[in-house]
Design a protein. Structure first.
Ligand code: IFM
Length: 484
């Protein structure tokens, strides 16, 4: 394990040479073209079309229409000055039956996207699974069925063979925690289950899917850089009485995913009803899941605060903490929050990076997502003055610099997101983009934060915290080449 340094560096505002600046999106959130060129439905098509599941009944049928606006979006990336683009592949576009026959037209879309990115010297960072499981696999049990894991390995093999060397980084799975928690425990995401037994199976199988995907990549592309993106959640105990709960929640939300991948075991402290049962874990599974990775992707948005005695809305298994009945996801009242209600605490990201540095034995870490939803609107002059987002980015990049100064190998940062998109159960009302999307027309408008992010990306340096800017201040010019 690399040892940590304390204190800042001489040039505390500069990022290391070669630091990767990127932005991210995912297929269902932006592509649209839900029934075009042979794409089959995913669990999110089914879920979004089920009344009452998504705010206002929004669906990803059209989304940002990126499937048809590929060139426009590559142009946005170019003008943004980023060196990398993280996108995901729509599984049912490439393998409409989940496995088996390949849909060549679907694959061609990603081929074109990758070619365009490479022409512009933007590194393609491909997420193999970002939540849009083919409905046909769901019909066979979804992630509760081991076959989904094998099928993810097959998808990885198809992508490796077709897109191979041009992909700079492969992200196997995105936030398995959310699949388990929201997809299988509280039902707020597709496939909308509320069943701990299915959740326990899904937990094991999605991690196994990571293992199979990694194996498929390794055998076809021995030099590929591959790893998962996860969203460990800091649980911060505000008093002695909530410490045990914080540990139990850490086991359930974090250790359950980190330990199998980084140590080859499930944590003993995991709540009993979520522990994958022995009969599901076959010989060799944990070895596959814990095969070496090249980097770890951190998606960070917010911490959770715990205080004993507040409202109980997050249950902790009594078996995990004898005698404990439950605890709260307590929001510290005096913290600024995003419109999602998430407290804005960059220092929690710094601490998480430090923890991951230790847990991964000093692997390169990438912040593969970080961003905020804000109440963005187009001014009559056609601008989006999203100063909150600029402050958010500034604060979190400061946290990255602090982690680097402490000796953590943070190799890149991908802002979430390139543009406003389908924010899952929230639909289109939550805007996370650096570009504003007028969903009626599909028009993209560069937000003020895009100019700021561009400045950081091309200079590889964090400027002093921007002064609050008057709403009618002119936008900076979008010229200049990036330094990478
Ligand atoms: O939009 C999502 C993304 O798909 C996964 N990580 C969190 C983002 C914001 O909620």
């Amino acid at each position: 394990m690399n040892s940590l340094k304390h204190g800042g560096s001489d040039d505390a505002r500069r990022f290391p040479e070669g630091f990767v600046w990127g932005v991210g999106t995912s297929s269902y959130q932006i592509e649209g073209a839900a029934a075009t060129d042979g794409r089959a439905p995913s669990i999110w098509d089914t879920f979004a079309h089920t009344p009452g599941k998504v705010n206002r009944g929004d669906t990803g049928d059209i989304a940002c229409n990126s499937y048809h606006r590929l060139d426009d979006d590559v142009q946005l990336l170019t003008e943004l000055g980023v060196g990398a683009y993280r996108f995901s592949v729509s599984w049912p576009r490439v393998l409409p039956n989940g496995s088996g026959a390949v849909n060549v037209l679907g694959l061609d879309y990603y081929r074109r996207l990758i070619d365009r990115l490479c022409e512009r010297d933007i590194k393609p960072v491909l997420t193999i699974y970002h939540w849009d499981l083919p409905q046909t696999l769901e019909d066979r049990g979804g992630w509760a069925n081991r076959d989904a894991a094998l099928a993810l390995g097959e998808l990885a093999a198809v992508l490796a063979e077709a897109l191979g060397e041009q992909v700079a980084m492969w992200i196997t799975i995105n936030e398995p925690l959310q699949t388990v928690q929201q997809g299988y425990l509280n039902g707020s995401h597709a496939p909308g289950r509320r069943d701990p037994a299915l959740a326990a199976a899904a937990l094991h199988h999605i991690l196994l899917g990571h293992g199979y995907a990694l194996q498929a990549l390794r055998s076809r592309l021995p030099d590929a850089a591959a790893g998962p993106s996860m969203d460990p959640q800091p649980f911060l105990a505000l008093d002695q009485g909530s410490r045990a709960a914080a540990e139990a929640l850490d086991a359930e939300y974090n250790r359950a995913y980190l330990d199998p991948v980084l140590r080859g075991s499930y944590p003993a402290a995991l709540r009993a009803d979520l522990m994958p049962p022995g009969e599901l874990i076959q010989d060799g599974d944990l070895a596959l899941i814990s095969a070496p990775i090249d980097f770890f992707g951190l998606n960070y948005y917010r911490p959770h605060y715990l205080r004993r005695g507040d409202r109980f809305d997050l249950r902790v298994g009594e078996s995990a903490i004898p005698g404990w009945r439950g605890t709260v996801r307590y929001m510290a009242p005096d913290l600024p929050r995003t419109v999602m209600g998430w407290p804005i605490v960059p220092a929690a990201m710094r601490d998480l990076l430090i923890r991951l540095h230790e847990e991964t034995g000093g692997l390169p870490l990438y912040v593969t997502e970080n961003g905020c939803a804000a109440d963005d609107y187009l001014t009559p002059e056609g601008r989006v003055d999203d100063h909150e987002r600029i402050a958010y980015i500034h604060g979190h990049l400061g946290a990255v610099l602090e982690a680097i100064a402490a000796g953590v190998n943070v190799a890149g940062y991908f802002h979430w997101s390139l543009m406003d998109n389908f924010e899952w159960a929230e639909g289109y009302r939550r805007r996370f983009g650096l570009h504003y999307v007028e969903f009626e027309s599909g028009r993209r408008v560069r937000k003020r934060s895009a100019y700021f992010y561009r400045q950081v990306a091309i200079s590889n340096e964090l400027p002093p915290a921007p002064e609050p800017v008057l709403a009618d201040a002119p936008l900076p010019a979008a010229t200049g080449a990036r330094s990478q």
